[in-house]
Ligand binder design. Structure first.
Ligand SMILES: Cc1cc2nc3c(=O)[nH]c(=O)nc-3n(C[C@H](O)[C@H](O)[C@H](O)COP(=O)(O)OP(=O)(O)OC[C@H]3O[C@@H](n4cnc5c(N)ncnc54)[C@H](O)[C@@H]3O)c2cc1C
Length: 389
């Protein structure tokens, strides 16, 4: 049996679909105002924490439920089917993967005990800072610097394009600790946003995933005690590999939900919208698009749940699966965009007006080939693993 055929995953998806319908979605087209206002709701975040979403795949000793990774994906998929706030689920999956799972993989026991229970319960809310204005795909250009001092390091610099930047209470940040043009020049730190010198910087108004914030995080002479290093001095790139690796898996949940919802709505649409005296679904050019949408969703789900099953069986050893992870992220995100282009075409004028939700899903899909590694850098990674490029 394939992991995605596991009935318990469907039960989780259904349970969270219902929860999302009742507790998150709101009435009618409430999604529209939230998208317009770029609303991130701390209250709804806490409801998700109470439902155990943030700790589902985390170890029990840190306040988690210790469930297989596929259940977190299934919960996010179910919630995204019933509620349009894909940005909100992006914020959630980003914290679970980029911060919590990376910390669980690479942090010291003390750090895990200090931060993970509070992240899972909603007492803390985290962001992940690696991108800078001059360091996008090329993390080697990182300029944020951490200089050793008595008892720890002092960080100076600025992170950019940081998801959750406005609302976060802590940050997993990558800084340069050496200048040797070597992979060992970087170190990861866990920083409390209430510490002196850390501030939420300029917010960006993005066109995509609008129900979570994104912007800059500023560091000015921020003292970080040495027990807040994740991994060891010089191991930052390795920690980043886990952070981004987990993001490439767990963020796929935010895609599967909208795919299910849009497919359901689009099938209904082609059956009921009549032109030239019959439903548009009767025209082969429309039915082919629906067939392709079904195929894209099916293959994406299969890939994601299969990968989660493999990672669960391997006890979360994501370092051994980096090529599979890159392939899944590349394939699923590029498919999502094509899936949404087909949906937009089927919905005609209604596909590009703010009064209907298809345009929001299209905008949400567009950024997926940029975050957590662009499609181009993923192709580089996939080829490099076999010594090409
Ligand atoms: C919605 C969203 C959320 C994000 N959240 C976070 C976050 O939480 N934390 C964080 O640190 N960052 C975050 N980012 C930033 C994201 O990681 C970067 O946008 C991404 O790494 C690309 O960097 P860039 O935008 O500077 O593009 P650039 O690196 O400038 O790339 C521009 C273009 O050049 C291409 N390119 C670059 N180098 C190569 C190469 N070697 N070969 C081929 N093509 C190349 C790229 O693929 C891309 O098409 C987020 C971005 C988005 C859109």
């Amino acid at each position: 049996m394939q992991p995605w055929q596991d009935k318990s995953l469907d039960e989780t998806r259904e349970k969270f679909r219902k929860f999302s319908q009742e507790q998150l979605a709101g009435e009618g087209d409430a999604w529209r105002q939230r998208d317009r206002d770029r609303e991130f709701s701390a209250e709804r975040w806490l409801k998700c924490c109470e439902m155990g979403v943030l700790g589902m795949s985390m170890k029990k000793e840190y306040g988690g439920l210790g469930m297989p990774y596929g259940h977190t994906i299934a919960a996010i998929e179910g919630m995204g089917e019933a509620c349009h706030d894909t940005g909100f689920f992006f914020a959630m999956s980003s914290q679970i993967s980029g911060i919590q799972l990376a910390l669980q993989t690479s942090g010291t026991e003390d750090l895990k005990k200090k931060w993970l229970p509070d992240l899972i319960s909603g007492k803390h809310f985290a962001c992940l800072g690696f991108t800078e204005d001059t360091a996008g795909s090329d993390v080697f250009s990182t300029q944020t610097e951490a200089k050793p001092v008595e008892g720890g390091f002092v960080i100076n610099g600025q992170k950019s394009f940081t998801t959750n930047s406005l609302d976060s209470t802590c940050c997993l940040v990558f800084a340069r600790t050496a200048n040797n043009r070597s992979p060992f020049d970087f170190t990861a730190f866990m920083v409390d946003m209430s510490w002196d010198g850390v501030s939420h910087g300029q917010a960006f108004e993005k066109a995509t995933l609008r129900t979570c914030s994104m912007g800059r995080v500023d560091f000015k002479d921020v003292f970080v005690p040495k027990d807040h290093i994740i991994g060891s001095v010089g191991s930052g790139l390795n920690v980043l590999k886990y952070s981004i690796g987990w993001e490439r898996v767990m963020l796929m949940g935010i895609i599967l939900g909208p795919m299910g919802r849009v497919l359901e709505e689009t099938i209904e649409r082609v059956k009921t919208r009549e032109q030239f005296g019959k439903p548009i679904g009767k025209y082969q050019q429309m039915s082919s698009k629906v067939a392709e949408m079904i195929m894209r969703r099916r293959v994406s789900r299969t890939m994601v749940y299969d990968l989660c099953g493999q990672l669960t069986a391997a006890n979360g050893a994501i370092g051994n699966y980096l090529q599979d992870v890159a392939i899944a992220k590349l394939y699923v995100t590029e498919n999502w965009i094509q899936f949404m282009l087909d949906a937009t075409q089927i919905w005609g004028g209604r596909g590009v007006c703010h009064d209907w939700s298809i345009q929001q899903d299209m905008r949400d899909a567009l950024s997926s080939t940029i975050w957590a590694g662009t499609s181009e850098t993923l192709r580089n990674t996939i080829a490099k693993i076999v010594g090409v490029g």
